[in-house]
Structures are given as structure tokens and as C-alpha cells.
Design a binder for this molecule. Structure first.
Ligand code: WT7
Length: 648
């Protein structure tokens, strides 16, 4: 807003204005925001949809009739690969960089839009020849290499929804996800480097395929320099070479046909398949990439999230490529070989928009400001954060030492289920409040409500709900009739999507997020399944029950801890051997990222009278917080025992 009014000085009421130079050039101005509001919901979503090329124009913005599912852009047809690749080539931008890849061993590779088009076409032709048809789910189990976005776009081109599985997941986790998605095609690689060491991904993929009931056809990318993995699979490079020069006509998809599936942890803590549509999702990520990340064809954007999570899907692949920007992909870790690796990449690539997670920012702070300061980061003009709350101190550090005290910082709140950003400031329009995410974006309505669904007053905590459909909403939220009548939970009968997050709205209407209210395990910016981890632990010989929660920041790892409370069988000792077995079981079932940082053995776990473990109390114990009234528990005495065990 940059209206010249002074910044407030009380920390929680502080305002920071974007610089005039940013406001003057922003993609979305205050007038645009007003026009959006005047158009009214849902008509306001027409303009974002115009950011895309439609093979057939939609008949309406939204079909919200009482019967049948909610459908965004009904009647519209489009193809995501055409939108992310072909149209930029057709516009004469074939020589501009689409993907700038930075490898783990210091190597780099770029794909122009023209080169991306060639490889996407060739791989799409190969997938077709392997028998992949529109609607078939193709699982992509790949690290951060350019073949991952190529494979995603090749699937999109032929109308085959992809299901990307994070490469850090184990064989068992991959098997669950292959089976759950009924996926008969798998693209993986021979291995990848982690801190200089080569990991054997192919072996994990093979182990997974053995435990899946149906046959799985494999394509293997050679990432390692050693011998090609032998076996009964196709080699990616050979397939692409065989189909060099092929053109595959992009399949025009219905707006609500699936673009991809992605696994996340559902509100009950179980791994859950979330499905995203072609028209609604792509509109949402293109629009928010344009309006919040301020991206366009001249920008070099770096979203540091792994493409294995939703953030990478939306803002490392689909959003920036739909807008014709350059997207930077980095295979490595921020501290290898040196703790200034990221700043070096920003400097060398001239990154102008950088989007990362607070957990990384806390690590940068710990490593010291001398690292960013050694580099020329003057290309940066906008910074973003996502994944967990960022406190005002980290926010200021980020703006001062990475953004030279000038760059606007957008704190963006969203979820796997929302597809794209839901809460944020608009960087060229709104004043920023460090520590708060801002308001809902224009065209999106949210509220903070109590257990009955009634709105609570400013300053009071409650659950964040979204009160009207939005284009990026996952398919399951569209199902049922009349906006999914099943989600109505207020006494007034209002439709509410319960996000599972607690929040407070301040007197200026800005939202402050307080963390999850349900059984979702949010470990820094990662979302893991409590149920999946607990099942692995309970599977260990001698373990009777287990519950996992998020503990306070682990100083060494610069991220929140996974804290497991484990109750051994009565004749079994909770000793180091059992602790090791617990870690090994979780590593095998899910992967190293889910291994508990702390294991507390307990005689029993706090339970309700109906026998449900109350993770909320365990989280409070792990974090040394006050538990309040525990009298509703069946076994309130266990709480005191646990507190004394942890000596907090
Ligand atoms: C959960 C969703 C958002 C895409 C990446 C994670 C937490 C996300 C923020 C933020 C506070 C945030 C919430 C949310 N979260 N962004 N800016 N401030 N909390 O997607 O893995 O589905 O996790 O991440 O708890 O529910 P996800």
C-alpha cells in the first residue's frame, strides 16, 4: 500500500510496506484487486482462467448446482503440457530457459522451452508405446533431476495422471502408494547422490514392485555414472532417443479431469490420496504464481521445495512454467559442500523470486549472515515462505540479510488439499505484518470458527475454515452435492472446509497460524502420517502401543523433532536396543525422514474414556507446555508420570 504512514512499532502490530519500486511494477495492483472484488465470487475467477490457453472455452466459471459434484470451468477443455510448454514455444520463446538445473556434484544443465518441448514429446510418445493411456496413473519415484518435470509434463500431455512419490521414501512406502493408486507404470532412476554418496533407488523400486499385487512396468533414468542398472526395465535415455523428433498431440482434457494424484497425511493421520484437476488446479497455481509470487516470462524463480511434495508441484513446476518463467531445480542440500551453496546458486542464476520454508530460514540464521553477505543477491526482488509459521525475528532476518532490507516477503499459507496459495498478502498491494500470513486472497473466503462452526471474535483462537469453493480445491472436496453437502458443519448450514489448522485473526483482519489441530504430523515443512509411523513402531517385537507428535525445534537439525511415545509390553524393557529397533522399523516402512528424533518409553499413553490416545497432551508434554485440565482422561495419572520421565 506504501501510503506513507509510519510503521507501527509494537511488535505484534508492526506494519512493513513494500518498496515503491515493487508496487509500481507489480503484476497485481490495488485496482486489479478491486476489480476482482467487484466481479464477485465465483465470476472473479474468470480472469485468472484467462491466464491459460483453453482448447474449448468453459460454459460457466462454476457448476454449483444442487445435484452432483462442484465443477470448476465446466465445458472447458485444456492440456497442461500445452500450457506449460508448447504455447511459449509458439510465442517465439523457444530459446528461453525453462528449467535451470543444479546438480548435487556441482554440475548444471538447462532446458530451453524448445528443448523441454522436444523431450516431453519424445517421452510422451514412449509412454504411449509402453501402453500408457489417458487416465492411467504413472508413478514417478525420482529425485530432483530434470527428468522429473519432463515426466510430469509427458504424462499431462497424454492425459495420464501422475503420482509423484518423494524419493526419500522407502520401498514399503512406495509399494503402499503404487497399490493405493492402482498404478501400473513406474518411472524411477538407478540412484542419486546424497551428500556425495550414491544411494540405490532402483533397488528400493524393485523391492516395492515385488510387494505390489499387480505387474508394474518400469522406466529407469540413469543418474549415476556407473554401469547401467541391469534388469527387466526400459532405459529412459534409450526411450527418448528412439522417439527423438516425435510429436504427440496434447490431449484436450475436461477441466475437471485429473492432472495428478499425490499422497499426504489425512486429518486422521492415515496416508491419503489427494487428487487435483486440470483446469481448476492449473488456474489456481498460474494465478497465484502471477499475483503472489509476481511471476512472468522475464523471471527466474526458485522454489526450493522438493517436487515430491505439493509445493514443488505447484511452484517449482506447474505455476512458473504455465507463466513462461525460468524455474530453478536444485538436487542438493543447502549446506553441501558449503553453507553458502544456495546464495551461490541465486547469484549465478540471477534468481529474482525465491520461495523457501521457515525451517531453512532458521538454519540460515544459525549459520550466520556472513554467508548470504558474501554473495551478490541484488537480483532478488521478492521473497516468499511456506510450510509452517514464520516468527517475526526470522521474517526480518530473511528480509534484511537475503532481501537486502528491501524485498517484500510473502508468507503464504496453503495445503496439499488447497492445491495452491490461499492466504497471503499481495506483494504490490498489501502492507506486511511480520509473523502473520495476511488475509485470504481475493476470491477466497475464510473464517476462524469454534467447534460448532460459529465465527469467533478477533483475538480468539479457533479453527481456520474456507467458506466457499476455490479453483485449486482437491477433487474430494468437490464431491457430494451442492458444494459437497457433507462438509456442512455449522448450525447455520454454511459450507465449511475445515483445514485442520488453528488460527487467530488480529484486529486488522490479519491471520496468525497456530499449527495443526488434528492428527496430522507437520515436521517443519513436511507432512507425514502419524498412523503410518505408529503402525511401523507397533510392528516392532515387544511394543504394545505408540503415538508420535511434533516436538520443539531440534537445534542440530534446525527443524522440529518427531517425538515418539512408546509403551513396551509388560515384560519388555524400554532400552537402547528397543529404541534402535523402533528407528529401524520406521526407516524401513517410510524412510529416514520419518525416524523419531526422540523416543520416550512410557508405561501407558494418555487416553480418553473411549480409549483414543490424546496426542494433544503428548505434544504438550514433549514441548514442556502446560496441559490444562486433564480430568477427561481415563488415566490422568499417566500424564504426571510422563512429565517426570522427560524431566521438564
Ligand atoms: C500444512 C499443510 C503449503 C504447502 C506446503 C505444505 C502448514 C503451510 C503455512 C504458513 C503456517 C503453514 C499448515 C498446513 N502451513 N503453510 N505459511 N504458516 N503454517 O503443504 O504438506 O499439505 O501442509 O502446513 O499446518 O495445514 P502440506
Amino acid at each position: 500500500m506504501a501510503d506513507g504512514s509510519p510503521d507501527e512499532t509494537t511488535p505484534e502490530r508492526e506494519w512493513v510496506d513494500p518498496p515503491e519500486s515493487f508496487v509500481a511494477n507489480a503484476n497485481v495492483t490495488a485496482a486489479d484487486r478491486d476489480a476482482f472484488r467487484e466481479a464477485g465470487w465465483p465470476e472473479c475467477w474468470r480472469r485468472p482462467a484467462d491466464l491459460l490457453d483453453w482448447d474449448r472455452g468453459f460454459d460457466a466459471v462454476l457448476d454449483d448446482s444442487e445435484e452432483g459434484p462442484t465443477r470448476w470451468f465446466p465445458g472447458g477443455r485444456l492440456n497442461a503440457a500445452h500450457n506449460c510448454v508448447d504455447r511459449h514455444v509458439a510465442a517465439g520463446r523457444g530459446d528461453e530457459t525453462a528449467v535451470a538445473w543444479e546438480g548435487k556434484l556441482g554440475e548444471s544443465r538447462t532446458y530451453t522451452y524448445g528443448e523441454l518441448a522436444d523431450e516431453v514429446n519424445a517421452f510422451a510418445a514412449a509412454l504411449r508405446e509402453l501402453g500408457v493411456e489417458a487416465g492411467d496413473v504413472v508413478t514417478l519415484y525420482l529425485p530432483m533431476i530434470p527428468e522429473l518435470p519432463v515426466a510430469m509434463l509427458a504424462c499431462a500431455r497424454i492425459g495420464a495422471p501422475h503420482s509423484v512419490v518423494f524419493a526419500g521414501f522407502s520401498a514399503d512406502a512406495l509399494a503402499t502408494r503404487l497399490s493405493g493408486a492402482d498404478s501400473q507404470f513406474l518411472v524411477t532412476c538407478d540412484g542419486y547422490y546424497r551428500r556425495g554418496a550414491a544411494l540405490d533407488l532402483k533397488r528400493r523400486a524393485d523391492n516395492a514392485c515385488v510387494s505390489v499385487d499387480h505387474a508394474v512396468e518400469q522406466v529407469v533414468v540413469n543418474r549415476l555414472d556407473d554401469e547401467r542398472a541391469a534388469g527387466d526395465h526400459h532405459v529412459y535415455a534409450d526411450l527418448v532417443a528412439d522417439h527423438e523428433g516425435a510429436t504427440v498431440e496434447p490431449v484436450a482434457r475436461e477441466a475437471d479431469d485429473l492432472l495428478f494424484l499425490i499422497y499426504t497425511s489425512g486429518t486422521t493421520g492415515e496416508p491419503t490420496l489427494v487428487r487435483h484437476t486440470t483446469g481448476g488446479y492449473l488456474t489456481h497455481v498460474a494465478w497465484t504464481g502471477h499475483a503472489v509470487l509476481d511471476l512472468g516470462p522475464d523471471d527466474t524463480h526458485w522454489c526450493s521445495a522438493d517436487v515430491g511434495w505439493i509445493t514443488g508441484h505447484s511452484y517449482a513446476v506447474y505455476g512458473p512454467l504455465a507463466l513462461g518463467a525460468t524455474t530453478v531445480l536444485y538436487e542438493g542440500t543447502p549446506d553441501h559442500p558449503e553453507t553458502d551453496r544456495l546464495w551461490e546458486i541465486i547469484e549465478r542464476n540471477g534468481v529474482d523470486v525465491f520461495y523457501t520454508a521457515p525451517t531453512s530460514i532458521r538454519a540460515f540464521m544459525k549459520w550466520g549472515e556472513e554467508h548470504p553477505e558474501r554473495h551478490d543477491l541484488s537480483s532478488l526482488r521478492l521473497l516468499g515462505t511456506v510450510g509452517e509459521p514464520i516468527d517475526a525475528t526470522a521474517w526480518h532476518w530473511y528480509r534484511d540479510h537475503v532481501g537486502d532490507g528491501e524485498c517484500p516477503v510473502v508468507d503464504t499459507w496453503w495445503q496439499t488439499e488447497t492445491g495452491g496459495i490461499v492466504l497471503s498478502t499481495l506483494p504490490g498491494v498489501d502492507r506486511m505484518r511480520p509473523g502473520a500470513v495476511g488475509k485470504s486472497l481475493p476470491g477466497i473466503e475464510t473464517a476462524v470458527v469454534d467447534e460448532t462452526g460459529r465465527r469467533v471474535a478477533a483475538g480468539e483462537a479457533g479453527q481456520l475454515v474456507v467458506t466457499r469453493p476455490w479453483p485449486g480445491m482437491a477433487r474430494s472436496l468437490c464431491e457430494g452435492s451442492g458444494w459437497g453437502a457433507r462438509r456442512t458443519r455449522t448450525v447455520e448450514g454454511e459450507w465449511q472446509y475445515a483445514t485442520g489448522d488453528n488460527a487467530v485473526r488480529d484486529e486488522d483482519g490479519y491471520l496468525h497460524l497456530l499449527g495443526r489441530a488434528d492428527d496430522v504430523l507437520k515436521v517443519s515443512d513436511r507432512r507425514l502420517s502419524t498412523a503410518e509411523i505408529e503402525r511401523a513402531i507397533v510392528g516392532v517385537d515387544g511394543v504394545a502401543e505408540a503415538a508420535v507428535v511434533v516436538g520443539a525445534d531440534d537445534d542440530a537439525a534446525h527443524r522440529s523433532e518427531i517425538h515418539a511415545f512408546v509403551s513396551p509390553e509388560s515384560n519388555v524393557a524400554g532400552d537402547d536396543a528397543l529404541r534402535e529397533s523402533v528407528g529401524a522399523a520406521v526407516e524401513e516402512a517410510i524412510g529416514p525422514i520419518a525416524v523419531p528424533d526422540a523416543v520416550t518409553f512410557a508405561p501407558s499413553l494418555p487416553k480418553t474414556r473411549s480409549g483414543k490416545v490424546v496426542r494433544r497432551y503428548l505434544a504438550a508434554i514433549a514441548n514442556g507446555e502446560d496441559l490444562g485440565d486433564t480430568s477427561a482422561l481415563r488415566n490422568p495419572e499417566v500424564v504426571g508420570e510422563l512429565e517426570s520421565l522427560l524431566d521438564r
